[in-house]
Design a protein around this ligand. Structure first.
Ligand code: 2IT
Length: 446
């Protein structure tokens, strides 16, 4: 049973935005964790904290016209949802994906608010993007789109206002085009975007940070049971730099990544990846073809399974690194049947709600994306610090800080999620993330 106040706010939200299913899913997940916090702090209801938390402080929707390689005009929709600024400038990525709607942006911005809070760094939550599909577009088309997108976005962002970064479909190339246009329009060279190229303001280790941080988090989850990554088998989904970073760190730490995936299916490699195979993940990504199948042609012993997800492979640790709701109830049931030990979500809301419940009921240790993947945005904040002080830190320095941050996020989850001799990482992450935001909002008044 959900706390009465939370249930009422959720109910009103469902009536108001019945079509925003992803957003409602993310709100329900957080609210379901807040019973004890809301009971202990009646002031949150008096200050109407929940109503304010589910309402973006500002939400911008704009037209993005651009010209394709045939000289034709194309139109997409751009978004920036500045969700909650109580803890710092809005911070969160830009997603370019054909399925993006305002609901997607709101769910991601809502999640981002608690994730950023969990890092304990000074960042509010925001998210943006467009229904533009970069797959199959030429560099010139991507540039044309990015420049047009920034021509509107630039008036809403700034290093002390809102600092976007990459997300699905937005990597170093897109950030470069976006930054170039911002610099020209604003006549300022500043840390207005993160994920910039190393050499022109970007931080070392930012590209690896989400995947590396996720693996540091998994190390802590294992350490709770006196175990370690070496010798564990992994299935990792996703075709972007998050999956790549996770696979690289797992491999470096002696883990055996036996399954990786792309939009076309998955690769099963019983020998596990080595650094050469991990590097090839980047080659496939850069091909722009969105296929993982060529991996099996290049590396004998690796098998390609068309059209399937990697969750049917028997592994110790499963890490979804692709997109929301990619791991469904049937996948969770297969993982349980095959004796999975840990499911660490790296994509934002990568698992459907019923999948998470099934895993938890079966006693599988599950950790949510907002804790596991927070190393990405945390390292973005380290990039902001370097930009603000006009300096550049070493890779070792950034990695050490990332390590420290993931350790403290894990500690916060354990402290707030302890249930008997088990840790409920979902409750732990939601409660720890929520409390800081709620307290800041109360202190700042209405
Ligand atoms: O989901 C995320 O945390 C990101 N896409 C990274 C956001 C950021 O500002 O680095």
């Amino acid at each position: 049973m959900m706390n009465k106040y939370a249930a009422r706010v959720l109910d009103d939200l469902k009536k108001k935005y019945p079509w925003e299913t992803e957003f409602l899913q993310s709100v329900e997940e957080v609210f379901a964790s807040l019973d004890s916090v809301l009971e202990e702090n009646p002031k949150y209801e008096k200050f109407r904290i929940l109503e304010r938390m589910v309402t973006p402080e500002r939400s911008i929707t704009f037209q993005v016209p651009w010209i394709d390689d045939n000289g034709e005009i194309q139109i997409n929709t751009g978004y920036r949802v500045q969700f909650n600024g109580a803890l710092g400038p809005y911070k969160g990525g830009l997603r370019f994906h054909p399925a993006v709607t305002l609901s997607t942006m709101k769910f991601l911005g809502f999640e981002q608010t608690f994730k950023n809070s969990l890092t304990t760094l000074p960042m509010g939550g925001g998210k943006g993007g467009s229904d533009f599909n970069p797959v199959g577009k030429s560099d010139r088309e991507v540039m044309s789109f990015c420049k047009s997108f920034m021509r509107e976005l630039f008036r809403h962002i700034g290093p002390e206002t809102d600092v976007p970064a990459g997300d699905v479909g937005v990597g170093a190339r897109e950030i470069g085009f976006l930054f170039g246009e911002y610099r020209r329009l604003a006549n300022r060279y500043c840390g207005v975007l993160t994920g910039k190229g190393v050499g022109w303001g970007g931080s070392l280790v930012r590209a690896e940070a989400t995947g590396f941080g996720a693996m540091y988090f998994v190390q802590h989850m294992l350490a709770m049971k006196g175990e370690d990554i070496a010798g564990k088998t992994f299935a990792i989904s996703g075709f972007g730099n998050v999956a790549w970073g996770a696979a690289l760190k797992a491999t470096q730490l002696g883990g055996k990544v036996v399954a990786i995936s792309g939009p076309d299916g998955y690769i099963y490699d019983k020998n596990g990846l080595d650094e050469e195979k991990v590097a090839y993940m980047l080659v496939l990504r850069a091909s722009g073809k969105n296929v993982v199948a060529p991996f099996a042609e290049k590396f004998p012993g690796a098998e390609f399974v068309a059209g399937k997800k990697p969750w049917e492979v028997k592994v110790d640790i499963a890490m979804p690194c692709a997109i929301q709701n990619e791991l469904a109830l049937e996948d969770a049931q297969t993982l349980i049947k095959n004796g999975v030990e840990i499911v660490a979500e790296v994509s934002n809301m990568g698992c459907k709600a019923d999948a998470v419940h099934a895993l938890q009921e079966a006693g599988i240790t599950f950790a949510p994306g907002k804790a596991v993947n927070a190393g990405g945005v945390a390292t973005s904040c380290l990039e902001m610090s370097q930009n603000a002080e006009h300096t550049f830190w070493s890779a070792e320095g950034v990695d050490a800080k990332l390590h420290e941050i993931m350790t403290s996020i894990h500690e916060a989850c354990v402290k707030n999620g302890k249930k008997g001799d088990k840790i409920d990482y979902v409750a732990g992450a939601n409660i720890a993330g929520f409390k800081r935001v709620a307290e800041a909002m109360c202190a700042q008044g209405c």
